[in-house]
Design a protein around this ligand. Structure first.
Ligand code: NDP
Length: 331
C-alpha cells in the first residue's frame, strides 16, 4: 500500500474548504489509491467550526483518510505536507481600499511562506486559491526562496473549466469533448479566455472551436465577459461565492500537475513567468501548460493574433501593478 500524503488546506473552515476537504478525502485530488492525511488550518475565531469539519470527516469514514490535523498553529499545519492548498485569505469588505486588502494578504502569505519553507516536505507543491491569487502566490514565492519557483502556482483552472462549459453549452456538445481553451493572465476580470486553439471531438474528427462557433462576435464579446464575470453571476444567484466549482477545479489542478495531463491536452495554471509569449518574467501569470512526471511546462509556439496580444498585455499590466502594490505594502 502507498504511504499517505499529507495535504494542507488553509482557510479550511470556510466555504471552499468545506467543499474541498471531502473531495480530497475521497481521492478526487490524488487518485483513488492514494491515502491522505488532511492538515486543516484556520484562524482562532474559526477554530470551533474547524473542529466541526473534523468531526464530519471522521463521521464520513473515508477509507483513504488516514488522519486529520485541525489546527490554528501554522507550524503544525505545514509540517510534513507535500501538497498545500492555500484557500485562507482576507476578504475584501465593503469600504475597504484595494491597498488595505493587499496589505492584509501580503502579511498572511509572507508568514505562511516562511512556515512552509521551514516545515513542509521538500518538493511540496503549492496552489494558491485565495484572492488576489496570482499576487498572493508571488509573495509566497518571494518569502519561501528555498521552495523551487516551479512549485508555486495559483488557480485559474476554474476559469478554464468555465470556458470549457460555455463552449459546450453553446455548441451543445459534451464538455469532455472540448479541450485546449486557455486562460491567460490574472485570476481577475482582466483574464483573457482564449479559444483560438481549442477543439471539439466530433464524429468527423477534431474540429477547431473557431470553425464550429463561426460567430466571431460571440467569441470576442459575450463568451469572454461571461467567463470573466461568472463568479459575480454565481454570487448574485446563490448569495454566496462559488465553492463547489472552486473546490473541484483545485482538485483538477493538483491532479493533473501530479499525475499528468492527457496526451494532446493542455490546461491553464498560474505559474511563474519565464518570459514566454512576451509576458514579463517574474509575474505569476496563467499560461497553457502540459504536465508530466510532476512538472508543468508552458506550451510553446502558439500563434497570438493582434486581438489576443492586446488582452495578454492588459492582464500582464494589471499584474505588474498588483505586484508593485504588494511590494509597497511590504516596505
Ligand atoms: P471562501 O472559502 O469562499 O473563499 C476563500 C478564498 O478563495 C477567498 O479569498 C476567495 O476570494 C478565494 N477565491 C478564489 N477563487 C474563488 C472562486 N472562484 N470563488 C470563490 N472564492 C474564490 O471564503 P470563506 O470566507 O468562506 O473562507 C475563508 C476562510 O479563510 C475562513 O475560514 C477564514 O477564517 C479563513 N481566513 C484565514 C486567514 C488566515 O489564514 N490568516 C485570514 C482570513 C480568513 P474572494 O474573497 O475574492 O471571493
Amino acid at each position: 500500500a502507498k504511504e499517505p500524503v499529507r495535504v494542507l488546506v488553509t482557510g479550511a473552515a470556510g466555504q471552499i474548504g468545506y467543499a474541498l476537504v471531502p473531495m480530497i478525502a475521497r481521492g478526487v485530488m490524488l487518485g483513488p489509491d492514494q491515502p491522505v492525511i488532511l492538515h486543516m488550518l484556520d484562524i482562532p475565531p474559526a477554530a470551533e467550526a474547524l473542529n466541526g469539519v473534523k468531526m464530519e470527516l471522521v463521521d464520513a469514514a473515508f477509507p483513504l483518510l488516514k488522519g486529520v490535523v485541525a489546527t490554528t498553529d501554522v507550524v503544525e499545519a505545514c509540517s510534513g505536507v507535500s501538497v498545500a492548498v492555500m484557500v485562507g485569505g482576507f476578504p475584501r469588505k465593503e469600504g475597504m481600499e484595494r491597498k488595505d486588502v493587499m496589505s492584509k494578504n501580503v502579511s498572511i502569505y509572507k508568514a505562511q511562506a516562511s512556515a512552509l519553507e521551514k516545515h513542509a516536505a521538500t518538493n511540496c507543491k503549492v496552489l494558491v486559491v485565495a484572492n488576489p491569487a496570482n499576487t498572493n502566490a508571488l509573495i509566497l514565492k518571494e518569502f519561501a526562496p528555498s521552495i523551487p519557483e516551479k512549485n508555486i502556482t495559483c488557480l485559474t483552472r476554474l476559469d478554464h473549466n468555465r470556458a470549457l462549459g460555455q463552449v459546450s453549452e453553446r455548441l451543445n456538445v459534451q464538455v469532455s469533448d472540448v479541450k485546449n481553451v486557455i486562460i491567460w493572465g490574472n485570476h481577475s476580470s482582466t483574464q483573457y479566455p482564449d479559444v483560438n486553439h481549442a477543439s471539439v471531438k466530433t464524429p468527423a474528427g477534431e474540429k477547431p472551436v473557431r470553425t464550429l462557433v463561426a460567430d466571431d462576435q460571440w467569441l470576442h464579446t459575450d463568451f469572454i465577459t461571461t467567463v470573466q464575470q461568472r463568479g459575480a453571476a454565481i454570487i448574485k444567484a446563490r448569495k454566496f461565492s462559488s465553492a463547489l466549482s472552486a473546490a473541484s477545479s483545485a482538485c483538477d489542478h493538483i491532479r493533473d500537475w501530479v499525475l499528468g495531463t492527457p496526451e494532446g491536452t493542455w490546461v491553464s495554471m498560474g505559474v511563474y513567468s519565464d518570459g514566454s509569449y512576451n509576458v514579463p518574467a517574474g509575474l505569476i501569470y496563467s499560461f497553457p501548460v502540459t504536465c508530466k512526471n510532476g512538472e508543468w511546462s508552458i506550451v510553446q509556439g502558439l500563434s497570438i493574433d493582434e486581438f489576443s496580444r492586446k488582452k495578454l498585455d492588459l492582464t500582464a499590466q494589471e499584474l505588474s501593478e498588483e505586484k508593485a502594490l504588494a511590494y509597497s505594502c511590504l516596505s
